[in-house]
Design a protein around this ligand. Structure first.
Ligand code: ACO
Length: 430
């Protein structure tokens, strides 16, 4: 919808730029014709003022600390729904009816097994491979196993690939874990729900019965809901950019996983836990806070700050509550890491530096403690994030492919390298 126009004047010339409004959130200035008119690009490294697409999936108000999936507040979905319901909502735009939910759960459940040859593919990795390295490779490799759903112009192929990715990611992530600890792969079990099935594939062994605790399963399911989508973050933008060339969805999600791996994005929960371990005791917190504030020290408080949230991350609040529930069930409320985390949060929230820069704890600050308590090693944290974010990536990829105005993503640049110069033969150099 076009509201009104903005005017840009360069020298003696001026152009009107359309202003577009969304349902909620800031308006955008449509600059798509600017280069054609003015022969100038806009410059926005890090995309801090750039809306790269139109989307109906997720809304964030970073100043107010609001996160909505398809209009529904994250708090309501995380506390009242389950992960597969969130997947349905993100993919189709509406909450499912009971019958739709049952069909969707069955559909996902029936796709959880991976091609048997995938297990041989796994055995090519070193045992000490990082699970994210294994996940990037294995998810990309799905394209080599599922040729029958690669035609992105066919809606049925798109649907089958989407369901395959949501269903098989837990199996692949669990296989990556089992492989690194030298235990046999555990096949999915169709009478279990999505999250119980994943926990069983990670923690059961063929020689013993395995039972999941409902509070712990619920906690992990909630972590999946909280991580399911987050509009145009780095990995989602990566998936969209990869997909804009017409690449198949398995390749696009592998690209998203690669981007998520970095410590400034999905790797932050691993880094946050490592930092809490390094701090060790509440007495050492002031030293680390001082380092975080020191301009000459590259150290940052991991799990603090967010590109979009300049208020409390709404997911962090739910995560904090979930952490307490998990530690209570496990009888480890005195966990020293939790004590360090609570004290660090208290100190940072009252510190002038953090207040002024609007640095609040983000979701990663508490999720690491919870995942550790659930039994996952730190190296698995980002892989669990990838598992949960797969549905968001797929929903965003699908939305992009189904948008008739979609074209290949191709940013431009401000070139600051050498101007044109002539080649000098080797014997005349130096
Ligand atoms: N500790 C100390 N200072 C910080 C921190 C931090 N965690 N985060 C930002 N700052 C400071 C910066 O030094 C900068 O100060 P300056 O203005 O004096 O130069 C200012 O706050 C703004 O920081 P930027 O890096 O410019 O903000 P940006 O929006 O680009 O970065 C980011 C956001 C990457 C998340 C950053 O806050 C950070 O590195 N945090 C730690 C890593 C982390 O927790 N990442 C998880 C992100 S959430 C997710 O992926 C699910």
């Amino acid at each position: 919808m076009t509201n009104t126009t903005a005017k840009i004047s360069i020298g003696n010339e001026a152009w009107d730029l359309p202003i577009k409004s969304g349902t909620i959130g800031p308006d955008v200035i449509d600059i798509s014709k600017l280069y054609g008119n003015s022969k100038m690009f806009t410059f926005d490294p890090g995309f801090t003022s750039t809306a790269a697409c139109e989307s109906k999936i997720t809304y964030i108000d970073g100043d107010e600390g609001v996160l909505l999936y398809r209009g529904y507040p994250i708090e309501q979905l995380a506390l009242q729904g389950d992960f597969l319901e969130t997947c349905y909502l993100l993919l189709y735009g509406e909450l499912p009816t009971p019958a739709e939910k049952q069909n969707f759960d069955t559909l996902v459940t029936r796709h959880t097994m991976v091609h048997e040859q995938m297990s041989r593919f796994f055995s090519g990795f070193r045992r000490d491979a990082h699970p994210m390295a294994v996940c990037v490779a294995s998810v990309g490799a799905l394209a080599a196993f599922y040729h029958d759903s690669l035609d992105i112009t066919d809606p049925h192929h798109r649907l089958v690939s989407s369901i395959r990715l949501i269903a098989k990611l837990p199996t692949i992530v669990a296989m990556a874990y089992k492989y690194t600890i030298g235990q046999p792969f555990v096949y999915p079990k169709n009478d279990l729900d999505y999250t119980s099935n994943f926990l069983r594939m990670c923690f059961s062994v063929p020689c013993e019965d395995y039972k999941t605790d409902p509070v712990l399963t619920r906690a992990l399911d909630r972590i999946f809901i909280l991580h399911a989508d987050h509009e145009q973050n780095a990995s989602t933008s990566t998936v969209r950019l990869a997909g804009s060339s017409g690449a198949n969805p398995f390749a696009c999600i592998a690209a998203g996983i690669a981007c998520l791996w970095g410590p400034a994005h999905g790797g932050a929960n691993e880094a946050a836990l490592a930092m809490l371990q390094e701090i060790g005791t509440p007495e050492r917190i002031p030293e680390f806070v001082r380092r975080a504030k020191d301009k000459n020290d590259p150290f940052r408080l991991m799990g603090f700050g967010h590109r979009v949230y300049k208020n409390y991350d709404p997911r962090a609040k739910i995560m904090q509550q979930t952490t307490h529930e998990v530690l209570k069930v496990l009888g480890v409320q005195d966990d020293p890491l939790l004590q360090v985390a609570i004290e660090l949060e208290r100190i940072a929230l009252h510190d002038e530096y953090f207040i002024e820069k609007k640095l609040y704890p983000n979701i990663d600050f508490y999720s690491g403690i919870t995942l550790k308590a659930l039994g996952f090693p730190t190296s698995m944290f980002t892989a669990l994030f990838a598992l949960a974010r797969t549905v968001g990536w797929i929903a965003q990829w699908k939305e992009m492919i189904e948008d008739p105005s979609q074209k290949i993503g191709r940013p431009r640049q401000l070139y600051t390298g050498a101007a044109r110069r002539d080649y000098v033969s080797l014997d005349k150099r130096g």
